[in-house]
Structures are given as structure tokens and as C-alpha cells.
Design a binder for this molecule. Structure first.
Ligand code: PHE
Length: 359
């Protein structure tokens, strides 16, 4: 009987050692310690033994049972470790994989176009300037040569805030031109800035939304002239529309803050409903511009006998629509996920002149 126990022990030892996964080990456990297992079978035999036999065999069988349980537990720990190792290996996150193709967030076309514009003008030596959306009447109108009684005030469908204790009413800026004032009042020329941002007018249809976007440009120096304005706009539009050449048409116009003032049209064609910028038989009005009015320079404490310069203001939403082929301005602000996925840009693809603005 004792021989039987020790040979069973060595067989079980081999079986446990040979179990290569948790399922095989479980099978060994059932075959030994399970109800109908070999060890349990021997234990059952104790009942039919004489008291003397039972006295010697009982402790031996109990010891065997304990040893087998310990063997199995030890093997189980080893196998579980190995299983965890294997799982950790397959579940490893490879952080060297590019995240670009993960369909998560995307850059809104307006942000994309703002980045493109900033990139182009940075190449021409322009800084980006900012001003508040909530403007004083002075910056939005008066300093821009639009005093309270001026009829041009009626051209802007202005959102006014309630007057403060002094009776001053703030406005949601109706254009980015107040950033011209803020810049000229805080910096010495030479000045070369663009100011992209949100603007507001009480207006709403397929081509107007109450909130829209403009980019202002301002250059002030001692001998800045109209030729510089035209050259700057040509360089900008060529780079923006990614074409080799653009033809501009400067039409006389009126803005209180520029003199002379002109609207700028770019030559284009409309073939099969597609706008092509660069050449063709049509003209597309694209921005307002002019030489900064001497009254505006004076309002900013700049001597108009020393300094002069140009300014322009351009609707960003329209630029985006022209370049990327959208036809309803309102969709820009609907936050429709399908639209955003279709027209959005990949988050880590920053526009650069060298790498391509809009790959
Ligand atoms: N601020 C003008 C507008 O909103 C555009 C403009 C800016 C015109 C600068 C001339 C110079 O229409």
C-alpha cells in the first residue's frame, strides 16, 4: 500500500509538471483530487481498513492529498504568470504607431483656413494680433472715422449691449477693423499684422450668419503705398488658392477708415458649377481695402505726415467656401458630425508653405 502511494505520487508529480496550460492542469486536478479521482479513491478505501491499518494509512494518504494540492497550486501559479505574460505581450500598445488615421476629432474648415492664412502671412513677415469680441464703440466705430452721426453706422447691423453707468454701450464687434486701432495705439510702426477672428452682425440667410469670421490686415510704415497692398494681396491669394498666378481688379469703393478705398476682385471661371480661381471670364469680389485714412492715424496718435499704410478686411468663411467647395454658410455652424467628418481636416496636419497648405 505504501509503495502504491509513493508511485502514485511520482506519477502525479509528472502529470502536474507536464500540464502546459491551465485547462490541462485542471484535468489533472479532477483526475486526482476530484470526487472520482485517484487520490480520493484511495481515501475512500480507508473506511474498509482495520483500525490499525487506518492509523498508519490515514496520515500517509492525508499527506499525499496535501502534497498533490500544493503541487497543483504551485504549477497553477507558474501557468497563470505565463498566461499573463503572454497576454501582456499581445495587448501591448505600440505608441510608435501614427495616430493620424484614427477617426476621432477633426479640424473645422474655418480653423484650417485661419491656420493657412496665418501661415501665409507669417511667411510675408506679419504677426497675428487679437482684440476682444466685445468692443467699445470707440474702437469699433469712432476711431475708425465712423462718429455717432455717421451714416456708415447704419450699414452695420450692430448688436449693442445695454449701456453701462456712464451711458457707454459696448458692441459685438461688427468687423475686425477695431484691432487696427488697438494695434496702432499700442505699437510703434513699422506695423505688419493680420487679425483673424469672430465678427457679428444681425443678419441671417444662406450667405449671412449673425456670427462670421474676418481677417484684417494692417501695414504701417513711412513709405508703404498702394503697390505694396496689391503685391501683398496677390501673394496671399496665390498662396491661399494654391495657383501659379492670380489677376486682381481694384474697384473704387468707400470705407470711412480708408482713403482711397477699393474692393478687390479676383479673376475666376465658373465651369460646371465649379469656381476656378486664377483665370477665366468672371470676377469674384473677395475683400475690402485701402490706404489707412489720415483721420484714423490721428485718432491713434500717429503723425500722418510721417506714417502711412494700407489695410484690408476679408471674410474668412467665404474664402473657405470658395476653396473647399461648400455652398451654404450656415452649415459651418450647425455642428453636424457628418458634415464635420466630410469637410474637417486631420488634427495633426498643420498647414505649412513647404509641406503644402491643404493636403
Ligand atoms: N471692415 C471692412 C468690412 O467689414 C473691411 C475693410 C477692412 C475695408 C479694412 C477696408 C480696410 O467690410
Amino acid at each position: 500500500m505504501q509503495d502504491q502511494i509513493s508511485s502514485l505520487r511520482s506519477i502525479i508529480e509528472d502529470e502536474v509538471g507536464a500540464a502546459n496550460d491551465l485547462a490541462a492542469l485542471e484535468a489533472v486536478r479532477v483526475a486526482t483530487l476530484g470526487k472520482k479521482g485517484s487520490v480520493s479513491g484511495l481515501m475512500k478505501g480507508l473506511g474498509g481498513m482495520s483500525p490499525d491499518e487506518r492509523k498508519t494509512m490515514g496520515p500517509l494518504l492525508n499527506a499525499l492529498k496535501g502534497e498533490v494540492a500544493t503541487l497543483i497550486a504551485a504549477r497553477k501559479a507558474v501557468l497563470e504568470d505565463a498566461a499573463l505574460d503572454a497576454r501582456l505581450k499581445t495587448e501591448r500598445l505600440d505608441i510608435t504607431l501614427p495616430v493620424l488615421d484614427h477617426p476621432s476629432g477633426s479640424v473645422h474648415p474655418i480653423s484650417q483656413v485661419m491656420d493657412e492664412i496665418a501661415e501665409i502671412f507669417a511667411g510675408l513677415g506679419f504677426d497675428v494680433a487679437e482684440g476682444p469680441d466685445l468692443e467699445s464703440d470707440f474702437h469699433n466705430f469712432t476711431a475708425l472715422n465712423i462718429p455717432p452721426e455717421h451714416p456708415a453706422r447704419q450699414d452695420h447691423d450692430t448688436f449693442y449691449l445695454a449701456p453701462d453707468a456712464n451711458g457707454d454701450r459696448k458692441v459685438l464687434r461688427t468687423h475686425t477693423s477695431p484691432v487696427q486701432i488697438r494695434t496702432m495705439m499700442s505699437k510703434e510702426p513699422p506695423i505688419r499684422i493680420i487679425a483673424p477672428g469672430r465678427t457679428y452682425r444681425s443678419d441671417s440667410d444662406a450667405t449671412h450668419t449673425p456670427m462670421f469670421h474676418q481677417v484684417e490686415g494692417l501695414v504701417i510704415d513711412k513709405d508703404t503705398h498702394l503697390g505694396h497692398l496689391k503685391g501683398t494681396l496677390e501673394a496671399f491669394l496665390k498662396a491661399f488658392f494654391e495657383v501659379d498666378a492670380v489677376t486682381l481688379r481694384l474697384r473704387p469703393s468707400y470705407f470711412p477708415f480708408t482713403e482711397p478705398s477699393m474692393e478687390v476682385d479676383v479673376q475666376c471661371s465658373f465651369d460646371g458649377g465649379m469656381v476656378k480661381i486664377g483665370d477665366g471670364n468672371d470676377w469674384l469680389e473677395i475683400l475690402g481695402s485701402g490706404m489707412v485714412n489720415t483721420k484714423v492715424l490721428e485718432a491713434c496718435d500717429l503723425d500722418p505726415t510721417v506714417y502711412q499704410g494700407f489695410a484690408f478686411g476679408c471674410g474668412i468663411d467665404r474664402l473657405a467656401m470658395l476653396k473647399y467647395g461648400m455652398n451654404d454658410l450656415r452649415a459651418f455652424f450647425d455642428a453636424d458630425l457628418n458634415w464635420l467628418r466630410h469637410y474637417g481636416f486631420r488634427a495633426l496636419d498643420l498647414p505649412t508653405i513647404a509641406g503644402g497648405l491643404s493636403r
